[in-house]
Design a protein around this ligand. Structure first.
Ligand code: X5A
Ligand code: ZN
Length: 624
């Protein structure tokens, strides 16, 4: 096994900077490199490393990832004046150009490739390249997020070509999602890309849906893209370690990489203004140490982000010190990951379960998904409930274009549909067992949901409507059994055996719902044997929160517990109670037994007599 650690740095990469006012870009400064290198000198780490000179990446190398058109655009910025530079920069998201940017970007690519060559040739065991500009956000045709050429993606393509490597692991511990790398290797099973990133349910830059845990790769590359989205700031040492223990490392040991490239951004470290995370510099020593146990120790760390100069330079030193095989520092903090981190980890593990043996046998599925209107209320739900965000327009179109789009002209209806269909789809695809969706137009949403169920191939859906609601449904073929529990006496609207109206008078004093649930609803439901249960809760309901929750609990015996609850009003108490019922965290509390009113008891008796020929589970007397 080779020995020694390469350090690649050239102060020419500090020769560009932001020339105008731009609050988004002003953190990406030359001092990032200068202070990191100073700190390495301070700890006498520079002299312990093997110095490898930088070179320019060639056009051919750059074009392993980027288009020649884009290369020409970047090249053209060399001779531009400030105004022109500013104009080109505006074509991209969070990017600034300087006349020296092109030269530095070529050096950053070349430095990275020099590192790969040093490691692959056995000249050193591992190493680090301190480069500017960073790379992981840049794409085939675009600069993005301070990045011009995708140093690490180019290095992976280069290593595949030049050394015939078949499995490369890219670990992106920068706090941002390296979407540029993801795009390059999405369909490529020979490059496993792992990234954790501040995500906050898509509210954090670069605000991409495809940064979520369910972006697992495409085509042949399915399973080779691992995203760990952090939905809260403040993630620290134990959260990062947990993500390594429970996601990256098991998969990486199963993958058996021949080379590891680290997109080594330190904006995921404590004090960084971008990341707002809490990991201390020591954490990076531990992360480095774990990765050194793979790929025969062949590890190339390449700088990406990191904007708190002190935190950045200390973390760089921790990384290099560990590469040099110094003893590891003690890691600080209570060793307990936070709930939000565990939730993200569970989600990635679930999403990757089909692709990795190490995950296959032991990942519990997320039980319940919820789409609620006020995301601010999300924290009121049990932690085991996964809160869904809106679908993007494209995803929605794939659902809606399948039907008559007449019904969804209004925007409000469209948003409602979105909630319901997003959750329903997860249930049908068995990504979750059950779900709750708030919808301002529950009846339209339910109509669409039912259509979607039958397109998906379901045979029988039990639809229980609580409250007053008009559903325009074709009930003749028995694919839907509709039970309406309402206060008003329904004027006989249909004679279908698949429409049952249960007239239940509200009685605050003694609204005993057991006799209706046990004496009627469950026997009919079990006689029907649905593949899915949809509970729709509308206005003017004659059941309280506890009654609805109990009903929900008891219906879990049907359809392998696949239940969708659509709630018309946005009463968080109700959502909360139903969420608890579905996820099994608590059972509804009923207090003392209270008998039902005479009127309600008679209604059940009447229905039972009328329907027990059809629904045989209603029978409880030999004489009828
Ligand atoms: C390399 C890197 C961050 C860009 C942030 C833009 N880029 N808001 O950390
Ligand atoms: Zn970053």
């Amino acid at each position: 096994m080779a020995s020694g650690t390469a350090l690649i740095y050239d102060d020419e990469m500090t020769s560009y900077k932001l020339l105008w006012d731009d609050p988004e870009c002003d953190i990406e400064v030359p001092e990032r490199l200068l202070s990191s290198y100073e700190q390495l000198k301070h700890y006498h780490l520079v002299e312990r490393c093997i110095h490898v000179p930088v070179r320019e990446g060639t056009e051919e190398e750059i074009m392993l990832v980027h288009s020649s058109e884009y290369l020409e655009v970047v090249k053209s910025t060399q001779t531009m004046n400030e105004e022109e530079l500013q104009r080109v920069s505006e074509n991209y998201d969070a990017v600034y150009f300087h006349p020296n940017t092109y030269r530095c970007a070529k050096l950053a690519v070349g430095a990275t490739l020099q590192l790969v060559d040093s490691v692959m040739s056995g000249k050193v065991r591992n190493g680090m390249a301190l480069v500017r500009p960073p790379g992981h956000h840049s794409q085939r045709n675009a600069a993005n997020g301070f990045c011009v050429f995708n140093n690490v993606a180019i290095a992976a393509q280069y290593a595949k070509r030049r050394y015939g490597l078949q499995r490369i692991l890219i670990v992106d511990w920068d706090v941002h999602h390296g979407q540029g790398i993801q795009y390059v290797f999405e369909e490529d099973p020979s490059v496993l890309y792992y990234s954790w990133h501040r995500y906050e349910h898509q509210q954090f830059w670069p605000l991409l849906r495809e940064s979520d845990y369910d972006a697992v790769g495409q085509g042949k590359g399915k399973g080779f893209n691992l995203n760990v989205p952090w939905n809260k700031v403040g993630m620290g040492n134990s959260d990062y370690l947990a993500a390594f223990f429970h996601v990256l490392l098991p998969v990486a040991f199963e993958f058996v990489p021949e080379l590891i490239l680290v997109s080594s951004g330190y904006d995921s470290g404590i004090g960084d203004p971008e990341g707002q995370m809490n990991a201390t510099p020591e954490c990076f020593a531990h992360l480095t140490h774990f990765l050194m146990q793979l790929a025969n120790g062949r590890l190339c760390a390449v700088l990406e982000g990191g904007y708190h100069l002190k935190s950045l330079s200390e973390s760089v030193c921790m990384t290099v010190k560990t590469l040099l095989r110094d003893p590891l520092p003690q890691i600080s903090g209570e060793m307990a990951p936070c709930l939000s981190a565990i939730e993200s980890i569970q989600n990635v593990r679930g999403a990757h379960k089909p692709y990795w043996k190490c995950l296959m046998y032991e990942v519990p599925p997320v039980k319940t998904a919820a789409a609620i209107v006020s995301k601010a209320d999300a924290h009121l739900l049990p932690v085991s409930v996964q809160v869904e965000m809106e679908m993007n327009a494209q995803e929605l179109n794939t659902f809606v274009s399948a039907f008559d789009a007449e019904l969804v002209k209004e925007e409000k209806a469209l948003l409602s549909l979105q909630n319901v269909l997003a959750v329903l789809d997860k249930i049908l695809k068995k990504k979750v067992c059950s779900g709750i969706a708030e919808s301002s137009v529950a009846s339209v949403s339910t109509t669409f949901a039912l259509k979607h169920c039958f397109d998906f191939g379901l045979q029988r859906v039990l639809c229980i409507v609580i409250g007053d609601m008009d559903l325009e449904l074709d009930l003749d073929d028995g694919k839907i059994l509709l039970m309406n529990i309402c206060q008003k006496q329904q004027t006989e609207k249909t004679n279908s055996k698949y429409y049952i109206s249960l007239n239940w008078k509200e009685d605050a004093e003694r609204n005993n719902f057991f006799c209706a649930v046990l004496g009627f609803i469950l026997p009919v439901a079990y006689s029907y044997q649905p593949d899915l249960v949809i509970i729709v809760i509308g206005p003017n309901r004659s059941l309280g929160v506890n009654g609805i929750s109990l009903l929900t609990c008891l219906l879990q015996g049907l359809a392998e517990s696949q239940i969708l609850v659509v709630i018309q009003d946005t009463e968080i108490k109700l959502v909360q109670s139903v969420a608890k019922a579905l996820s099994g965290v608590s059972t509804p509390d009923f207090g003392a037994y209270a008998p039902a009113s005479q009127e309600n008891v008679l209604e059940i008796k009447r229905l039972r007599d009328q329907l027990q020929q059809e629904w045989k589970m209603l029978r409880c007397s030999v004489r009828d």
